[in-house]
Design a protein around this ligand. Structure first.
Ligand code: FNR
Length: 391
């Protein structure tokens, strides 16, 4: 029987992943002044010990005010390189790959880690709690929700500085030994705020209704990052393919716009579009079902293929078992185009978040269910995974 596509290698520029799984970036609220800690080394390292070909380090802020919480990871200064290098060195020692997500939280910065806000009963990290509520950046001075601080409308000079910060952070990430960089353009953080006509009400070249204005910052950041990372290094971009606000009956960031974004960034050197959704507005209306985000990924992939563009697509959201993981990247199996197994796969890479918190051995478990073997450390060889019934 042929190996399911999800267990076939995937080559992106100079990088080859052993199979099609990735740990989706997840904030752990455990950094110390933006530096990764022992927690991160053990937490991220465990995935490499369990056959995960690619682990993406959590949203890592390019400026201090771009952190979601005071305990977020950052890459705004050189001292933050070494603790990341410790993680990349370990993951490489296990023959696996590691990426990093670079981010700026925009108007959603300066909040408390979930467990703090549950006990303290508030979300905003005030100054006494290590936050910076008076120094939030956004395209327009519109707060996330009632009771949240009003962000500052970024000046043109701040925007120019921000592009430099992304570029510097990317250069540091390369120094830290990462195999790829993902730009966080999703979930209502700064780049989504610029992309959405609801949160971007600027009247200059970076905003307003015209599409080319709202994407300008993203385009500048992609171009800046590509200019400092090796040609062989993949660049990923995560977007919210829709902000789920079409019920307002006014222009919003929706799937149609995201297809345009996809076409645009495919030509700028983005290698994989990681398709997520939502997070830009508390009034979002989502109809959740297991494929609610995979379907968005699939539609964008089909759009790109019709345009003859080869940018890869990552799917994320509620992928938590062998059957779905297999299905997401499986094609109809009839055609073999440029090393791709057919054209009708929904996505090319399976990103998994919460299931990895429950089950670090997700990949070998899925592998045993599908009758496939994955590489595990020799140290673990006396405890093979039992074979399960095939799905
Ligand atoms: C997340 N998510 C997330 N997304 C992102 O782009 N950057 C991040 O740093 C984080 N942080 C984060 C922390 C935690 C604890 C969770 C649970 C989630 C979202 C995550 O990557 C993923 O997109 C969603 O969780 C949906 O996938 P699953 O969990 O259904 O597989």
């Amino acid at each position: 029987t042929p190996v399911p596509t999800v267990f076939t290698p995937l080559t992106i520029r100079g990088l080859t992943l052993q199979n099609r799984f990735a740990v989706s970036p997840m904030c752990m609220y455990s950094a110390s002044n933006g530096h990764l800690t022992d927690f991160h080394l053990v937490h991220l390292g465990q995935y490499a010990l369990h056959g995960t070909p690619l682990t993406i380090i959590e949203a890592t802020a390019v400026t201090p005010n771009g952190r979601i919480s005071p305990e977020d990871s950052g890459l705004w200064q050189d001292s933050q390189i070494a603790p990341i290098k410790r993680v990349t060195d370990f993951i490489h020692s296990q023959g696996q790959k590691v990426g990093i997500q670079l981010a700026h939280a925009g108007r959603k910065a300066s909040t408390l880690a979930p467990w703090h806000y549950r006990t303290l009963g508030k979300e905003v990290a005030t100054e006494e709690l290590g936050g910076w509520p008076d120094n939030l950046w956004a395209p327009s001075p519109i707060p996330w929700a009632e009771g949240f601080p009003t962000p500052k409308e970024m000046t043109l000079e701040q925007i120019r500085g921000l592009v430099r910060s992304w570029k510097d952070a990317a250069r540091r990430a390369v120094e830290a030994g990462v195999d790829l960089i993902e730009i966080h353009g999703a979930h209502g953080y700064l780049l989504t705020e610029f992309l959405s006509p609801i949160t971007n009400q600027r009247t200059d070249q970076y905003g307003g209704l015209p599409f080319e204005n709202r994407v300008r910052l993203l385009v500048e950041i992609i171009t800046a990052i590509r200019s400092v990372i090796p040609e062989s290094m993949p660049l990923f971009l995560r977007i919210s393919a829709t902000e789920w606000m079409s019920h307002l009956g006014q222009p919003s960031l929706d799937l149609g716009e995201s297809k345009k974004i996809a076409s645009l960034v495919a030509d700028l050197g983005v290698d994989l579009l990681d398709v997520s959704s939502g997070g830009n507005n508390p009034a979002q209306k989502i109809e959740v079902h297991p494929y609610y985000q995979v379907d968005l990924a699939s539609e964008i992939r089909e759009h790109l293929r019709k345009e003859g563009k080869k940018m890869l697509i990552g799917a994320v959201g509620m992928i938590a078992n062998a059957e779905m993981a297999k299905d997401v990247v499986e094609s109809d199996g009839t055609v073999e185009v440029d090393g791709e197994h057919g054209t009708k796969a929904k996505a090319d890479l399976v990103l998994v978040a919460r299931q990895y918190l429950r089950e670090p051995e997700f990949v070998p478990k899925v592998a045993s269910e599908l009758g496939v073997k994955v590489r595990l450390p020799l140290q673990y060889s006396r405890a093979p995974f039992p074979k399960k019934k095939k799905v």
